[in-house]
Design a protein around this ligand. Structure first.
Ligand SMILES: Nc1ncnc2c1ncn2[C@@H]1O[C@H](COP(=O)(O)OP(=O)(O)OP(=O)(O)O)[C@@H](O)[C@H]1O
Ligand SMILES: O=C(O)c1ccc[n+]([C@@H]2O[C@H](COP(=O)([O-])O)[C@@H](O)[C@H]2O)c1
Length: 210
């Protein structure tokens, strides 16, 4: 199947924001707005993963369900919700970036992720090659800020780090190029939302006492 991609053209600056989105939440919107504004992007594509290769995906809702929830939340005309990775039959960012670079010549892609993902980035398949395929922007997240300085990936990326004030030119830089975006942080997480929905469900089914 030839994947259908959101509208794009050479010269466009497009952020790629991969995630499980199980479920999507305000934190995803916060990252999206920060990336669009501070990196001066024209568009942001949410890449809803068929399943993170490093997570247990046994209870992951279907791609269709997660994409529908993403569409309901991301009501910004600059954000496109996509299932590109399922269409090209991969779960690996390296494959996705290679595919998109080949398929969309002239488009300036930037890989976007939260700081927690940077901590485990050295476990991603071909992570050192990913760094050469697209500039990377990391958005700060509560719980990860102070830990990232010790991360192997941060140390490798340090050589290519731009000062935060230059974030607006990241998309035009040849990779490797990296920026860490501080500022207002969002505390929301899918884990917390899943836990909240489990406990409200348990309260509903628990007998109400003697
Ligand atoms: N509040 C947040 N602040 C910064 N980045 C975030 C935030 N929430 C999610 N992200 C980033 O969004 C991307 C997709 O994350 P994901 O869909 O797994 O959400 P999550 O809240 O991290 O989920 P989970 O709690 O299940 O791990 C990742 O790069 C993650 O770091
Ligand atoms: O390519 C990899 O090896 C790899 C390993 C772990 C995560 N990723 C990608 O990281 C993105 C964020 O995943 P998640 O589950 O933290 O939302 C998502 O696009 C995953 O496909 C990619």
């Amino acid at each position: 199947m030839t994947p259908r991609l959101p509208p794009h053209c050479p010269g466009m600056r497009i952020g790629l924001f991969g995630g499980s989105f199980n479920p999507p939440h305000e934190g995803h919107l916060h990252v999206s707005r920060a990336a669009l504004t501070r990196l001066k992007l024209h568009r942001l594509w949410w890449l809803v993963t068929p399943g993170n290769p490093l997570k247990d995906t046994g209870n992951l809702p279907s791609l269709e369900r997660r994409m529908a929830a993403c569409r309901a939340l991301a009501r910004d005309p600059r954000i496109a919700v996509t299932g590109i990775e399922a269409q090209i039959r991969t779960r690996f960012t390296y494959d996705t970036l290679r595919f998109l670079r080949m398929r969309c010549p002239g488009v300036r892609f930037v890989w976007i992720m939260g700081a927690d993902n940077l901590l485990g980035f050295h476990r991603w398949r071909h992570w050192r090659d990913i760094i050469r395929l697209a500039p990377i922007a990391v958005v700060d997240r509560p719980g990860s800020t102070w830990k990232i300085s010790g991360a192997l990936s941060t140390q490798v990326l340090a050589k290519s780090r731009l000062p935060e004030k230059d974030a607006g030119v990241l998309a035009k830089r040849a990779p490797p190029a990296f920026v860490y975006l501080h500022g207002k942080r969002a505390a929301q997480s899918s884990t917390a939302l899943r836990a909240a929905s489990r406990s409200s469900c348990e309260r509903r089914i628990r007998p109400s006492g003697p």
